[in-house]
Design a protein around this ligand. Structure first.
Ligand SMILES: Cc1cc2nc3c(=O)[nH]c(=O)nc-3n(C[C@H](O)[C@H](O)[C@H](O)COP(=O)(O)O)c2cc1C
Length: 220
């Protein structure tokens, strides 16, 4: 390895290790330039070229919603109500299906907690809530593309010393006309994923995982 490669490698390993889910943010507002650079990182993530096909319109978009803005005030109840509706549907389905009840227990608990606290963590709890949108294509791999996009954004936010929280319920908002009106993207044509970004309120330890050797098979 050259000295530069070694240095790059060490920096990348450190950032990967420091990437954590941040769930509490300070009031301090990151500069817009930082948000631009995080979006730049998201744009450089891979995309499913053959699924998207040729399109005149760029297939990846971002919507930045500031805490306290009129758009945020409108979004908070929209997203909360979606979670409440989702919880209700799941409860009804689980009441009739023991396997689903067992499988979905953790997720149902999470939805119940959100219902109890009366808000969706990440929507209005950080200085920025960012929605990333990927145009729907065939096969429908938009959520996979958005995951790559989010991971690049997450690593960039980590490198900038910012906290990052995935807000995965954002995916369910793709069919919500009120939400789509706020994003300005045509209803039904886009898939969504979201994240909250701000300065972390507490220092998180680097992530703890098993060693690669523990979880890897190398068949001959
Ligand atoms: C598909 C997916 C969805 C997630 N959704 C949320 C979410 O909505 N809210 C949240 O706080 N964390 C969410 N997370 C974060 C995970 O809970 C977190 O990555 C995991 O607990 C490991 O912690 P770490 O990120 O600090 O290493 C999600 C992660 C993934 C991969």
């Amino acid at each position: 390895m050259t000295a530069k490669t070694e240095q790059d490698n060490a920096v990348l390993d450190r950032i990967i290790g420091e990437r954590r889910t941040c769930r509490t943010f300070t009031q301090k507002i990151p500069p817009d330039e930082m948000i631009d650079s995080i979006i730049h990182a998201g744009l450089h993530a891979p995309f499913a070229a053959s699924a998207i096909g040729s399109t005149d319109d760029y297939f990846r978009r971002f919507v930045v919603v500031r805490k306290g803005s009129p758009a945020m005030t409108e979004l908070i109840p929209l997203v909360f109500n979606e979670v409440v509706a989702m919880a209700g549907e799941l409860e009804r389905a689980a009441a009739k299906n023991a396997q689903l009840r067992e499988q979905a227990a953790g997720f149902m608990n999470r939805l119940a907690t959100i219902k109890n606290i009366g808000m969706v963590p990440g929507v209005g709890t950080a200085p920025f809530y960012i929605v990333a949108a990927e145009k729907k294509g065939f096969p429908p791999v938009e959520q996979q593309s958005l995951s790559h996009c989010m991971e690049n954004m997450w690593l960039k936010a980590t490198a900038l010393g910012l906290g990052f929280q995935l807000v995965s319920v954002t995916a369910q908002m793709a069919d919500n006309p009120g939400f789509c009106r706020i994003t300005g993207l045509e209803h039904g044509k886009w898939a969504y994923m979201g994240c909250a970004i701000g300065y972390p309120a507490e220092k998180l330890s680097p992530s703890i995982r098993p060693s690669a050797r523990e979880v890897t098979a190398w068949p001959e």
